[in-house]
Design a protein around this ligand. Structure first.
Ligand code: ATP
Ligand code: NCN
Length: 355
C-alpha cells in the first residue's frame, strides 16, 4: 500500500511557492505560511511541493520601516537556516529598480523551466558559474515542469483593491497563469474579497484559500515597534534574527538590546553576506564561494539614485525621481481605507503606522 502511495506521489504535478514581501524583519509567520501551504497540498494529495522561495522586495519600494535589502536578506538567510526547503532569493533586491510581483514570478518560473529543459550540467549556471541558492534541490529528480505559485497572506490579496497599486493585467496574469495560495489572516475575508472581484472570481480555480487554524498576528510592524520601545521581542522572532538586529542596530533598537559584548559564532556567515555585498557594491568585485543568492550585485550601487514608477503611474514623462516608493502608496491608501472601515487587519496595520 505504501509503495502504491509513493508511486502515486511521484506522479503528482509539482509546485513551488514564492512569497514576496518586505520581511523587515522576517517573522515566524512568514515561514509558517510555507508550512501551512505545503501541509494543505500534501493532505489534499493533489500536488507535490518541491520548494519554497522568499523574495524580499527592492529597497526602492520605500515602505515605512524597510531595512536595507542587505540586512533583510541576511535576516531571511538566518531565519531559513532551520528549514530544509525554504530558501532566499535575492534576485529582486539586485535589480536596479523595484520589480512588480508578476515579473518576479515570471523570472523565477522561467529560470526553473530553462533549468529543467537544459541537459544536466549545461545551461544551468549563472554567469559566475553557480546555481542560484533559491533553486529547489530536487528539481531535476523528475523532468516534468514545476509550477510556481504566489504564496501570500490575505492582506496582500486585499491590497489588489488599493486603487492604482497593482496593474490589472498583472493581477490577471498572476491568477490565470501562476496561481495564488492565500493564508487567512485575522480580520480579512478573502472569500468575500474574491466574490467581489470579477477577475478573481473568473480564475477562482487557481486560487487556493487556506484557513490558518493557528493564527498568529505577529507582524514585522509590531516587532519593529516593540524594538524601538526597548520592549522584548523574544519568542516573536527567531533568536538568530534578533541577534542580528541587535548587532546591526536595526529598527531604532533601544539600548537594552545592544549590550551584548560577544559576537555569536552563528552570525559570522551572515556578516559575511552583508560585508561581502557591501564590499561588492563599493568595489564591483565579485565574491567566491557563494551561491547566487549570496552574490553581490553592482546594481546595488545604483540604488541610492534609482528611479521608480510609482504604482499606477503611467505618465509619458517617464519615471519619477525616487522620493516616494510604491510601498509608501500602500500606507497612504490603506489609511484612507481605514476611514472606510474596510477590514480589521488593515485597521490594525494602520494603527501601527500611526503610532
Ligand atoms: N501573521 C501573518 N499571517 C498571515 N500572513 C502573514 C502574516 N504576516 C505576514 N504575512 C504575509 O507575509 C507576506 C510578506 O509580508 P510582509 O513582510 O510584506 O508584511 P508584514 O509581515 O505584514 O509586514 P509589515 O508589518 O511591515 O506590513 C505577505 O503575504 C503577508 O500577507
Ligand atoms: O506588483 C505589484 O504591482 C505590487 C504592488 C504592491 C505590492 N507588491 C508587492 O507586494 C509585497 C508586499 O507588499 P506590502 O506593501 O503589502 O508589504 C511586496 O513584495 C511588493 O513588492 C507588488
Amino acid at each position: 500500500m505504501s509503495a502504491f502511495m509513493e508511486e502515486t506521489k511521484c506522479l503528482l504535478p509539482r509546485i513551488a511557492f514564492i512569497a514576496c514581501g518586505c520581511f523587515s524583519p522576517p517573522t515566524p509567520m512568514h515561514l509558517r505560511m510555507f508550512e501551512i501551504a505545503r501541509d494543505h497540498f500534501e493532505m489534499q494529495g493533489t500536488h507535490k511541493v518541491v520548494g519554497g522561495i522568499i523574495s524580499p522586495t527592492h529597497d526602492s519600494y520605500a515602505k515605512k520601516g524597510l531595512a536595507s535589502s542587505l540586512d533583510r536578506c541576511a535576516m531571511v538567510k538566518l531565519a531559513v537556516q532551520s528549514s530544509n526547503w525554504i530558501r532566499l532569493s535575492d534576485w529582486e533586491v539586485h535589480q536596479n529598480q523595484w520589480m512588480r510581483t508578476q515579473s518576479v514570478l515570471q523570472y523565477h518560473q522561467n529560470f526553473m523551466n530553462n533549468y529543467l529543459n537544459s541537459a544536466a550540467g549545461a545551461g544551468d549556471a549563472e554567469p559566475n558559474g553557480s546555481l542560484p541558492g533559491w533553486l529547489p534541490f530536487s528539481l531535476r529528480e523528475r523532468k516534468d515542469p514545476v509550477h510556481l505559485k504566489l504564496l501570500c497572506g490575505a492582506d496582500l490579496l486585499e491590497s489588489f483593491a488599493v486603487p492604482g497599486l497593482w496593474a490589472e493585467a498583472d493581477i490577471e496574469d498572476i491568477v490565470a497563469n501562476h496561481g495564488l495560495v492565500v493564508i487567512t489572516r485575522c480580520g480579512s475575508n478573502p472569500e468575500k474579497f474574491i466574490f467581489e472581484s470579477d477577475i478573481l472570481t473568473k480564475y477562482k480555480r487557481n486560487i487556493t484559500l487556506i484557513t490558518n487554524w493557528v493564527p498568529n498576528e505577529v507582524s514585522s510592524t509590531l516587532v519593529r515597534r516593540l524594538l524601538s520601545r526597548g520592549q522584548s521581542v523574544k519568542y516573536l522572532i527567531d533568536d538568530l534574527v534578533l541577534e542580528y538586529i541587535k548587532r546591526q542596530r536595526l529598527f531604532n533598537v533601544k539600548s537594552k538590546y545592544i549590550t551584548d559584548a560577544v559576537r555569536p559564532n552563528h552570525l559570522i556567515f551572515n556578516h559575511a553576506y552583508t560585508d561581502n555585498n557591501k564590499n561588492a557594491a563599493n568595489s564591483l568585485i565579485g565574491e567566491q564561494n557563494m551561491d547566487e543568492s549570496d552574490s553581490p550585485s553592482p546594481q546595488l550601487l545604483q540604488q541610492a539614485t534609482s528611479r521608480v514608477f510609482c504604482c499606477g503611474d503611467t505618465s509619458p514623462r517617464g519615471p519619477k525621481l525616487l522620493r516616494v516608493g510604491p510601498g509608501q502608496a500602500v500606507q497612504v491608501i490603506t489609511m484612507q481605507s481605514d476611514e472606510k472601515a474596510e477590514s480589521q487587519a488593515k485597521k490594525q496595520k494602520i494603527a501601527q503606522v500611526q503610532l
